[in-house]
Design a binder for this molecule. Structure first.
Ligand SMILES: Cc1cc2nc3c(=O)[nH]c(=O)nc-3n(C[C@H](O)[C@H](O)[C@H](O)COP(=O)(O)OP(=O)(O)OC[C@H]3O[C@@H](n4cnc5c(N)ncnc54)[C@H](O)[C@@H]3O)c2cc1C
Ligand code: SF4
Ligand code: SF4
Length: 433
């Protein structure tokens, strides 16, 4: 191959549709908006991707880390990729060379996309990109997490778990005929290894096929129990799953995996992949503080961390730091685990609720509760032993990170410096969906 032809070949960045669990992490993180998706696939736009690699380590499955040598002008288009059921093989060298030689226009070096322009909104202000502050590294003292033990590219594709518990954890849903609710589901892995840490998630593979006859893709659920199990000594874990009965636009829909899981009976079997996640992990060193900010089922990893710290405290062998929780829901009746949370000792966890639809009361969101506690948060954020976790609906992320920024600035500190350190030191973790 001659030198000119060589420059015309790019390493095209592609996502493996067989492994991707459609978690949206890569799309949220890509600084140049090169990643997009439809109902089927997540795909990378070759004309925008500048190979910055920001998306590689946060992807929980590794499906993002795929590359194909392609003549630049024959790069797979977004439209082509959206139809894929599997990745195409590498082109044989002769074919690659032939394609380049046949096309004189291809003899142009690939130009990386321009660095991201600062996005301005009509008010003239810069758009705040909350995900830019999310850490991709775990806290320095986190335990080692195992991931992808089961999955399409692992030796064993799935592991079968048995449902050993399934109870509603919201007040809503108790009315006859109402199935708008959230369930606490316990899965047992029997003799199969499934080591997990608080903050990790699993993938559930719903049975059956989608409307184009393709096997349903796995859905991701955060683990709600601590590392030694929902029931210590057993090889089990719990999940907090809300039925999806409306899509993001409010139109009626029956979400495939959430309804499948909420309807399972004790004794039923479920196919699982994972575990996933190597950065949304809790610190393990004594006197480390944890600030948890969540809405709805975003409480799952927070329950896991709180319960692990509660077990450590009960053992008397570990001196934990402060635990602070900001927990939002539309109403108290929709808040999972409301009852059990009330029974935790006040000197163990500092709980702040925010309800946005309580009749007769002004709307209150987690960021409002955070602003009320600005003095305490300002102290915590300056302590390198404090770690922040945000989990819940995508729509909460920006408000929460902006509230944290305001807390920092209100304390006379520079947000760019503090926000940069939170990211670099694995101290601010965002998991929204
Ligand atoms: C990292 C991560 C952790 C997650 N942890 C949890 C968890 O602990 N508990 C939990 O319940 N879910 C969690 N989810 C969401 C979960 O993976 C599924 O997306 C959710 O259960 C819907 O799946 P489904 O198969 O029921 O709906 P689908 O059949 O996939 O979707 C049906 C329709 O509803 C829309 N939709 C999907 N999710 C929602 C939603 N939440 N609200 C409104 N519309 C929606 C879809 O866009 C689609 O139009 C997590 C997601 C991620 C990425
Ligand atoms: S490598 Fe960088 S530019 Fe390309 S898709 Fe990933 S995050 Fe976006
Ligand atoms: S699994 Fe990886 S490639 Fe798929 S959406 Fe999530 S981050 Fe992106």
């Amino acid at each position: 191959m001659n030198a000119i032809a060589e420059t015309a070949v790019i390493k095209q960045h592609l996502i493996d549709p067989e492994i991707c669990i459609r978690c949206n992490t890569c799309e949220a993180i890509c600084p140049v908006q090169a990643i997009t998706h439809d109902n089927l696939n997540y795909v990378v736009d070759a004309s925008k991707c500048n190979l910055c690699m920001d998306c590689i380590s946060p992807c929980p499955t590794g499906s993002i880390d795929n590359w194909r040598s392609m003549p630049r002008i024959r790069a797979y288009s977004i439209e082509e990729q959206l139809k894929w059921e599997e990745l195409p093989a590498e082109l044989p060298p002769e074919e690659l060379e032939g394609l380049v030689d046949a096309d004189p226009e291809a003899a142009v070096a690939p130009t990386p996309a321009a660095p991201p322009a600062v996005v301005k909104d009509p008010s003239g202000q810069e758009t705040f990109n909350s995900s830019a502050f999310g850490a991709t590294l775990p806290p320095w003292s986190a335990a080692h997490a195992y991931s992808n033990i089961y999955g399409p590219k692992a030796t064993q594709k799935t592991v079968t778990a048995t449902v050993v518990g399934n109870v509603r954890v919201t007040e809503v849903g108790k009315t006859a005929g109402s199935d708008y609710d959230t369930h606490h589901i316990v899965l047992d892995f029997g003799a199969m290894p499934f080591p997990v840490l608080e903050g990790q998630s699993i993938g559930v593979v719903p049975p059956g096929v989608d409307d184009i006859g393709r096997k349903h893709h796995p859905r991701q659920y955060s683990i709600a129990s601590p590392r030694n199990g929902e029931r210590p000594g057993y090889n089990n874990l719990s999940l907090t799953i809300k039925r999806v009965l409306q899509d993001h636009d409010g139109d009626p829909v029956r979400g495939v995996a959430s309804n499948y899981m909420c309807d399972l009976q004790v004794g039923d079997k479920v196919e699982v992949i994972g575990p996933f996640g190597t950065s949304f992990l809790m610190p393990n060193h004594p006197r480390s503080n944890i600030v948890m900010i969540c809405t709805g089922t975003g409480s799952a990893p927070m329950r896991a961390m709180t319960e692990w710290r509660r077990r450590l405290r009960a053992s008397g062998k570990f001196e934990g730091g402060k635990l602070m929780l900001f927990f939002g829901a539309r109403t108290q009746e929709e808040l999972p685990y409301f009852g059990p949370l009330q029974s935790l000792p006040k000197d163990f966890i500092d709980i702040n609720f925010a309800f946005s639809r309580t009749p007769g009361q002004p709307k209150r969101y987690v960021q409002d509760a955070m602003r009320e506690r600005a003095a305490d948060l300002a102290q915590l954020v300056q302590d390198p032993n404090t770690f922040f976790y945000v989990c819940g609906l995508k729509s909460m992320e920006e408000g929460v990170v902006l509230a944290l920024r305001d807390v920092v600035q209100g304390a006379g500190l520079n947000w760019d410096t503090v926000g940069g350190a939170l990211k670099r030191e694995g101290r601010l973790h965002l998991e929204t969906y």
